[in-house]
Design a protein around this ligand. Structure first.
Ligand SMILES: Cc1cc2nc3c(=O)[nH]c(=O)nc-3n(C[C@H](O)[C@H](O)[C@H](O)COP(=O)(O)OP(=O)(O)OC[C@H]3O[C@@H](n4cnc5c(N)ncnc54)[C@H](O)[C@@H]3O)c2cc1C
Length: 388
């Protein structure tokens, strides 16, 4: 068993870190205050080809695995950019997985190269206000009318919808009472964001202000039938297929942000003198930081194991869910410790750690809550009765 990163994986981490380091703490602080998409950062990552890391080479990407993407996303978050940086490129890096796996050749040629080059930004629209985590109950309807699907419905929390040129959307094409199982009858589309038919309202939220989150009101939107991915009615299965990989990436981002917070906490503990000695000389300050290091290390090992399982075609369900859970909890704890280590200054924006705490809640909540992961492990690993 070899736990060391390969030379090429180390090279990926170092190259990504070099780009990210040109975007200083104040860049992210300003965006956190004022909002606005980090377009310079997005362009810099696109220019060096990082957005296409998981897209096959024949469509302009690098054709690498989730392991490499996770190493990259950890480096992005850990560099200082946190979830704002990671979320600005997250959908480009992995969101097009259903197209890579299930689209026809014409669609792949049309859809993938612009994403790999960073010529378009895409958003991903699944969540609905009255449905929550019970995705099979989605109410947004798509009805076939000639060469198009007419879509009506309501989505919520859709990140980057203010700036995205493209949208991947899940909608019901066959009513629930006409399907054998609720997982059937949902269809997936990747298409142009038609702002005439979609009314987009930004949600005023707690953190990650640079990455807008939105409510979408969709009225009589005609999506060309050629933008349907795969077979009509199989959309839920296509989304499920990429879910484990997405959890691995979120886990990597949470470990990155947690490690960033830990580094800041440890540095401050060495530098800050109270009672004529560094505060880091006190065990009450040392121990939480040491515990955070261990928790983050363990979460990273689980993340890398799940990535390896995914890339080698093994069942990554339990590993990816466990990684996402452990990484988000470890990251949250590290961000909280960083604030407490800073004392009063931890509450000041110019020390950055309060921003990290607000951002780490995103991978804790989304795309699946910690409670539902515990339900999954209880049912699928421990064989307990399904509870939801
Ligand atoms: C910043 C941010 C960005 C997001 N970006 C996107 C995006 O780009 N695209 C997108 O589609 N979605 C996005 N989301 C939505 C996100 O995926 C959902 O918020 C998340 O899946 C939880 O769904 P919900 O908010 O409807 O919670 P609910 O389903 O309403 O759940 C509320 C709480 O109840 C708990 N709960 C519910 N049922 C059970 C049960 N049976 N047992 C135990 N506990 C239960 C949940 O765990 C949770 O804690 C984003 C969310 C946030 C906060």
């Amino acid at each position: 068993m070899d736990f060391k990163l390969s030379d090429s994986q180390e090279a990926i981490r170092d190259a990504v870190t070099r780009i990210c380091k040109t975007f200083k703490d104040d860049y992210w602080l300003q965006l956190d205050r004022k909002g606005g998409f980090p377009i310079d950062f997005f362009k810099a990552m696109a220019a060096d080809g990082w957005l296409g890391v998981c897209i096959p080479e024949e469509y302009g990407g690098s054709g690498l695995g989730i392991t490499e993407a996770a190493i990259m996303m950890r480096a992005v978050a850990e560099s200082g950019g946190g979830m704002a940086a990671a979320s600005s490129i997250h959908v480009n890096v992995f969101g097009l997985h259903p197209v890579v796996t299930f689209a026809n050749a014409e669609q792949k040629r049309r859809m993938l190269p612009p994403v790999a080059k960073g010529e378009v930004r895409s958003c991903f629209a699944v969540t609905e206000p009255n449905v929550g985590l019970n995705t099979t109950q989605l109410k947004t309807r798509a009805v076939r009318q000639g060469d198009a699907y007419r879509v009506n419905g309501h989505k919520v929390w859709i990140s980057t919808a203010q700036v995205a040129e493209k949208i991947m959307i899940l909608a019901r094409t066959t009513p629930l009472d006409e399907v054998r199982k609720p997982t059937e009858g949902l269809s997936l589309f990747y298409t142009d964001m038609d702002r005439k038919a979609i009314d987009i309202h930004e949600i005023d939220k707690m953190g990650r202000k640079a990455i807008d989150s939105n409510e979408l009101f969709i009225t009589d939107w005609d999506i060309p039938a050629r933008d349907l991915i795969g077979e009509e009615g199989r959309g839920f299965h296509y989304i499920l297929h990429g879910m484990n990989a997405e959890r691995v990436l979120l886990a990597a981002e949470a470990v990155g942000l947690g490690s960033l917070a830990l580094a800041r906490g440890a540095t401050y503990a060495k530098d800050r003198n109270v009672f004529n000695r560094p505060i880091g000389q006190n065990q009450a300050i040392q121990h939480p930081l040491a515990r955070n290091w261990m928790e983050l290390q363990a979460a990273w090992l689980m993340t890398m194991q799940a990535a390896w399982q995914y890339d080698t075609g093994q069942d990554a369900g339990a590993g990816a869910n466990a990684a996402k859970y452990l990484a988000a909890e470890a990251g949250y704890s590290a961000c909280e410790t960083a604030i407490m280590t800073h004392g009063g200054y931890g509450y000041a924006k110019e020390f950055h750690v309060e921003r990290y705490l607000r951002e780490i809640l995103v991978p804790r909540i989304a795309p699946i809550s910690p409670q539902l992961i515990l339900c999954y492990i209880a049912e699928r690993v421990l064989g307990l009765p399904k509870s939801y």
